[in-house]
Design a protein around this ligand. Structure first.
Ligand code: AMP
Length: 215
């Protein structure tokens, strides 16, 4: 089973992916994480990517699909994959369908359109912190911490993403509205689109996704 999210920044696709991994034993590919790994490697490519991401802009489609394909080939498609943050453009959606079909004899089974107000999404993005050790996602507005500024699970330091500021959020939100939201029509035509209204708590949203998957 392969899953995609269509969701504005801050809607919680990373958090829902974590819950899906825990409950359904799927592999998880976050294209944002792949790009952040490249940035952390301090390569020339990483430096170019950092400039793009920090401004809230999209990395080009060809590079993205190349990085994604490399990761799919490492993981294989047998367990099923959650594609978190991909596709973000119609061109990427077409490339992904083609890649899955022609190279992996596989396809997308579920697309979840996470629905959330812009103001709530912004609040969530601005409150987000990530564990520098295990990558767990927290939110300073919703989560309780055993020791402030440190991961409850592995005790590493929590960090804010550089692009989780108001200016980058607005660019990312506009890019979602203009380039990613049209994918709703694309997947609706394929008959695999499901709308999920985000709840106040991550567990509420996940319960709705679970109902759809367990049908
Ligand atoms: P995310 O972690 O999904 O919020 O992604 C962080 C940033 O990485 C985005 O704002 C984009 O700059 C970049 N990015 C992630 N996935 C993609 C993608 N599929 N296409 C282009 N850029 C991407």
């Amino acid at each position: 089973m392969n899953i995609i999210f269509i969701a504005p920044p801050g809607a919680g696709k990373g958090t829902q992916s974590e819950l899906l991994v825990g409950n359904y034993n799927l592999n998880h590919i976050s294209t944002g994480d792949l790009l952040r790994e490249e940035i952390n490697s301090n390569s020339d490519l990483g430096k170019r990517i950092a400039e793009i991401i920090d401004g809230g802009n999209l990395v080009n489609d060809d590079l993205m699909i190349e990085m994604l394909d490399k990761k799919i080939s490492e993981l294989g498609v047998e367990k099923g994959i959650i594609f978190d943050g991909f596709p973000r453009t119609e061109n990427q959606a077409i490339m992904l369908d083609k890649l899955l079909q022609e190279k992996y004899n596989s396809k997308i089974n579920y697309v979840f359109n996470l629905i959330i107000d812009k103001s709530e999404a912004m609040k969530r993005a601005l409150g987000r912190v990530l564990c520098s050790g295990c990558g767990k996602i927290y939110n300073v507005y919703f989560d309780k911490f055993d020791a402030e500024g440190y991961c409850n699970e592995c005790r590493s330091k929590l960090e804010k993403r550089k692009d989780d500021n108001e200016q980058s959020f607005n660019v990312r939100f506009d890019s979602f509205m203009n380039k990613t939201k049209p994918l709703i029509d694309f997947y609706n035509k394929e008959g695999i689109l499901h709308e999920v209204k985000c709840g106040d708590k991550k567990e509420e949203t996940f319960a709705k996704i679970k109902v759809l998957l367990d049908k």
